[in-house]
Design a protein around this ligand. Structure first.
Ligand SMILES: [Zn+2]
Length: 68
């Protein structure tokens, strides 16, 4: 099943699904794209991308490892 942004309907990357779980709620079923997350939290989209990079660095299992 391909997840789509609950706000704008854009197809979501696995990272966007994962970061929504981290920022909103682990049990959430409404996922947001980076742009809509940024708007929801009143931050820049770069801040969301930074969070994704940070969680990956922490080895968070919600995030798929980067394909090498
Ligand atoms: Zn969106």
């Amino acid at each position: 099943m391909k997840a789509a942004c609950a706000e704008c309907g854009r197809p979501l990357s696995p990272d966007e699904v994962a970061v929504t779980k981290k920022l909103v709620n682990r049990g959430t079923t409404a996922f947001l794209c980076v742009d809509c997350l940024a708007r929801r939290f009143a931050v820049q989209r770069e801040d969301i991308l930074e969070r994704i990079a940070y969680f990956k660095e922490m080895g968070c299992t919600l995030f798929s490892p980067d394909p090498q």
